[in-house]
Design a protein around this ligand. Structure first.
Ligand code: MN
Length: 375
């Protein structure tokens, strides 16, 4: 009986030991399997946790979990800074703009026809935009391409205060085409994405040269340059500053290249996010609506073209913040203003006699078939 009881208790203990061992083993196997599955997934990540308030070089985060996440994300991005080249593209409202899909295909196809570098795409998108971006990138880009999806609602919420201040100066109404916050996002991207340098591209572009050459232009920035941007190729700002120009006939404001302050087109932006974070001048312009209001009043300016209005306006008194990209890197094709009162001066703004590296089919202008597409 004693032996039997001993046997029974031994059996029970034995059973629990075996059960515990089984549970541990199963857990280990599941974890191992999970890791294997995870690492074989496509290199697509969804980032929506950045704390945008990066003051100076440190990320300002509140909870310890958030801090850990931000540090991990930041170190992830530091790696990208050194090993790959970062591109930012916004894809939103594809239902209202059915041509967005084919435009993005054209852009990507042209980039990869000539690219000699490995790229990391930061796609800022809504649900449909994410689907388009992933499918096109998967089909066209090489396997080592990285994709990071940023949810546009989450991103714009982080910089809502800054954006709504801007909206009052640089959009006609929140319901107009350029009224969407996405058209102002580039201005505060340094508070959203914790990496050092990015090139932000419109979707209506076609490359005709190696994108690495565009990244190399960052090296030509002077110490004060923080943003690289090309001139606007139409007399848009001659028009928008017409009141100021009438009162100041010898002004450079709104005058054509090469000596005028022609105004900018934001289809291609070289953003040195690190220098943008460091620049007190730049950040004070974002954070003090009074200064901006002062500029709009002084130059009698009412904008409607989003971020490029902001860059244009602040460049009038802060010319050195901008590196002016050659027209070859943003050859805009829209000619709307030629037929709307500016035919006599149009060519002074529109002419670009350099070999074209990027065509920009703005205002839905068709982009020519290039020599490499005919082969
Ligand atoms: Mn465009």
């Amino acid at each position: 009986m004693a032996t039997f009881r001993h046997f029974r208790s031994f059996s029970k203990r034995h059973f629990y030991i075996v059960l515990t061992g089984f549970i541990i083993l199963t857990t280990l196997l599941i974890l191992k399997d999970w890791n294997v599955t995870k690492s074989t997934k496509p290199k697509v990540k969804t980032f929506d946790r950045y704390n945008g308030k990066a003051t100076k070089s440190k990320l300002e985060v509140t909870s310890s979990t958030a801090r850990k996440e931000a540090m991990r994300d930041s170190s992830e991005h530091q790696k990208h800074n050194h090993s790959t080249y970062n591109l930012v593209i916004v894809i939103k409202n594809s239902k209202a703009n059915p041509s967005l899909h084919s435009k993005f295909e054209t852009l990507l196809g042209s980039i990869y026809k000539m690219s000699s570098i490995s790229l990391c795409f930061h796609v800022i998108s809504d649900g449909d935009g994410e689907t388009i971006a992933k499918s096109v990138i998967k089909r066209i880009a090489p396997k080592d391409t990285r994709v990071i999806i940023h949810n546009i609602t989450v991103v714009t919420q982080k910089v809502q205060k800054e954006i709504s201040q801007m909206q009052s100066f640089f959009t006609q109404s929140s319901k107009s085409y350029y009224g969407d916050p996405l058209f102002l996002l580039s201005i505060v991207l340094h508070r959203v994405i914790p990496i050092d340098k990015v090139i932000m591209l419109d979707v209506d572009l076609k490359f005709n040269d190696d994108i690495q050459l565009l990244f190399e232009i960052f090296n030509e920035f002077s110490e004060q340059n923080i943003i690289g941007i090309a001139r606007e190729n139409q007399p848009v700002y001659r028009h928008l500053f017409h009141q100021y120009r009438r009162k100041n006939p010898s002004t450079r404001v709104g005058a054509p290249p090469p000596h005028g302050l022609t105004g900018f087109n934001s289809g291609i932006l070289l953003l040195n996010l690190h220098k943008m974070r460091q620049s007190d001048v730049y950040n004070s312009l974002i954070d003090s609506p009074k200064t901006l209001e002062g500029l709009t009043q002084k130059y009698l300016f009412k904008g409607h073209l989003g971020d490029q209005d902001f860059y244009t306006l602040i460049s009038l008194e802060n010319e050195k913040l901008f590196y002016v990209l050659p027209c070859s890197w943003n050859r805009q094709l829209c000619v709307w203003w030629r037929d709307h009162g500016y035919s006599e001066v149009f060519d002074q703004y529109f002419t670009c006699s350099q070999k074209i590296n990027i065509y920009h089919g703005n205002c839905n202008s068709p982009i020519p078939v290039l020599h490499w597409e005919q082969q």
